[in-house]
Design a protein around this ligand. Sequence first.
Ligand code: GUN
Ligand code: ZN
Length: 445
Amino acid sequence: LAMAARAIRGTVARFQGDPFGPAGREALVFEEDCLVLVEDGIIARVGPAETMLASLPPGTPVDHYPGAILSPGFIDAHVHYPQMQMIGAAGEELLAWLDAFTFPAEAGFSDPEHAEDVAGRFLRELLRAGTTTAAVYCTVHAHSVDAFFAESERFGTRMIAGKVLMDRNAPPDLTDTAASGTEESATLIARWHGKGRQLYAITPRFAPSCSEEQLEAAGRLWREHPGTYVQTHLCENVAETAWVAELFPERSSYLDVYDHAGLTGPRAIFGHAVHMTEADFACCHRTGSVLAHCPTSNLFLGSGLFRLFEAKRADRPVKVALGTDLGAGTSFSQLQTMNEAYKVAKLGGTTLSTAEALWLATTGAAEALHLSDRIGAIEPGREADIIVLDPAATPLLQFRTAYCRDLTETLSVLMTLGDDRAVRASYVAGVPVYDRDRAGDPFVY
Ligand code: GUN
Ligand code: ZN
């Protein structure tokens, strides 16, 4: 049954290439007053509103957003849904923070009803922030994955998620075994991977909480299920990195632990990567692995400053995408994450352009995750995950953006001052599932 067509009218942000490449900041272009025609959840046509309005199928609803910027939905490459209840748990660095706040919070997910409740709240916060795809850590409990994907299916979002694997150095009620973790993951892959828009990520938490046996089992499982993802943490913090060297004395680096277990390659996503050697970056380049840059988290936990332009070095570029890493991260908003990424780049003596920042959370992230045939751009053939950014969302934004000389500057100001308030609406596969200004419930489901 064909779904009704719908058109969205506004100024479209689009990339004509990779802004980290030769095109530079010219890669980002704005096409003013466009019409995006969506049919069956897919973008059918994009063009100037004036000409396209004349040829629209009669009765097609047009959602008009004058003055707004239409962007591909944001992609969050690294986030933990069970940590929503402990955002801003302050005082500790990574390892003590995990023990004091994270593990107790995740233990509560032994209750399936709690998992369903938090999954529902989490999805809504993502959509409110304009994030339509995310790579999500669940907990060690298999039903935490069912709860998350069930909620994602309700909205029709394209999500990547998986059951955390950890068989040591964690509380007993949060550990699995190499055998049980593999078996439960295999069941979840069969149940969810490729079901509608859902995608599975094999999720060994990080090397300190996974035995070598568990890491190797994860690598085998990944090889047996082409198209699935791997997600884990890498070189986040100095003490953690030193601990990995102690736990795996025979490996040449933290990343070598994963590489040795067969956990590097296309669709492997490594969160943080703050304390990397040149050999580590070269390994990521060679294997096509993705690094998730999580600036709000790295600043909150004092983990360090990710060297983005070192990762992106032109002679061996590494794929990078932006992650919130909530609940160590401090915001659901990729606008706020871009804001912090800008400052982290500055502290490293470099400048993150507006084009580069947007790329890392949209088109570039889709490319890094091998999803660019489906999401990440407002182009015919892609799934219609589109967000409406409002340059006049707050009195301050309205005042400030009136002084912008061009739309790149407007977007830059949105990255500096904006957050979920700047997201006027979020479309998932062409459906306006979130509308900030709708009376009553702003969510469709
Ligand atoms: N390393 C292992 N687990 C975690 C986690 O939940 N959050 C962060 N930031 N780092 C981790
Ligand atoms: Zn994380």
